[in-house]
Design a protein around this ligand. Structure first.
Ligand code: FES
Length: 332
């Protein structure tokens, strides 16, 4: 199929892995699970909980999907939500990619790393946000690290891994919330306030859910360093991200000055000018494109940096953030 042919040519020129789909299952309503292996079943690069793969779902379209099972050396397992407002990524994974197909994937990347020595831990997930959180829960259980897991879904049908969680050895530390049922919503303020001192929070899901969790931690006086989150991109409007006036970017290392047109991101403009920059989500979510700012005032549009980090104005996400000043000087 077309995906395979293109994947083969991309892999020849791009760092990454060619992986075969060895299993495709329905994990829940509108959530498909894919198991990926090397075509010769050789050992795959290791990853840590919270990691994701970048997958080229069709020619020129890459998306990030979290790994939901701890590493076993041979298989990567990802979960894909069919997003109602999909720009083609999740629909292609659901409708076109089948067992036996080969996909170009990045090696695992992790911007949501579980800190090795942090304990106790509070895990919060909503919807498809369970994928990295489940990997964390299974890993913490294996390591005998104390944790609590709270997981919310819109319905039983949309709740992936419910059986896995009920059967897991940590079921007594897990609370499930299903809209319309007796236990409908997590009171995140109460959950956060009940944690022992020094707890680290890991939260993943839609923006609204993450915002409430972060606010709860903030109001409970938690240090921002103990609050770790990963947002899924469906709630981000790419057009709004890049709206704004033109400005200039000066690259300190080469002295080049690159004009950034209205409606075009810094990263796109730099790539068009032949400047190598690394991006992944292109929506201000993953942190891949973080860049030091040496002069000028960024107009932060991302959902990755904390409020304090944004206020410091010494770094920015160049895939989406713009400038309040006429010129930005970047450490590139
Ligand atoms: Fe993901 Fe910029 S590429 S934040």
């Amino acid at each position: 199929m077309e995906i395979m042919d293109h994947a083969a040519s991309v892999a020849a020129n791009t760092k990454g892995l060619m992986l075969r789909v060895v299993r495709k299952v329905a994990l829940a309503q509108d959530i498909a699970g894919f198991e990926l292996q090397a075509p010769d079943a050789s050992t795959l690069p290791h990853f840590s909980p919270g990691a994701h793969l970048e997958v080229e779902v069709r020619a020129g379209l890459k998306r990030q999907y979290s790994l939901w099972a701890p590493p076993d050396g041979k298989t990567y397992r990802i979960g894909v939500l069919r997003a109602p407002d999909s720009r083609g990524g999740s629909a292609a994974m659901h409708d076109q990619v089948q067992v036996g197909d080969t996909l170009w994937c990045s090696t695992p990347k992790n911007h949501f790393e579980l800190e090795e020595n942090a304990a106790p831990i509070l895990l919060l997930a909503a919807g498809i946000g369970i994928t990295p959180i489940l990997c964390m829960a299974d890993t913490l259980h294996q390591r005998n690290v104390p944790f609590e897991l709270h997981y919310a879904a819109r319905s039983r049908e949309r709740m992936a891994f419910a059986q896995h969680l009920q059967d897991a050895g940590y079921a007594q530390h897990t609370r499930l919330y299903v809209e319309g049922e007796a236990q409908a919503r997590a009171d995140l303020a109460q959950v956060v306030a009940a944690q022992p001192p020094g707890t680290h929070l890991y939260v993943c899901g839609p923006k609204g859910f993450i915002d409430v969790a972060r606010q709860a931690a903030d109001q409970a006086g938690w240090d921002a360093q103990r609050v770790h989150f990963e947002l899924f991109g469906a709630s981000v409007d790419p057009v709004a991200l890049n709206a704004g006036d033109a400005f200039c970017v000066e690259l300190r290392r080469s002295g080049r000055v690159i004009p950034i047109q209205a409606g075009v991101s810094i990263a796109e403009s730099l790539l068009a000018a032949g400047v190598e920059v690394e991006t992944s989500c292109e929506q201000g979510i993953c942190g891949t494109c973080i860049t030091r700012v040496l002069q000028g005032e960024p107009d932060h549009r991302d959902a990755y940096l904390t409020a304090d980090e944004k206020a410091a104005n010494d770094q920015m996400l160049i895939c989406c953030s713009r400038a309040k000043s006429q010129r930005l000087v970047l450490d590139l």
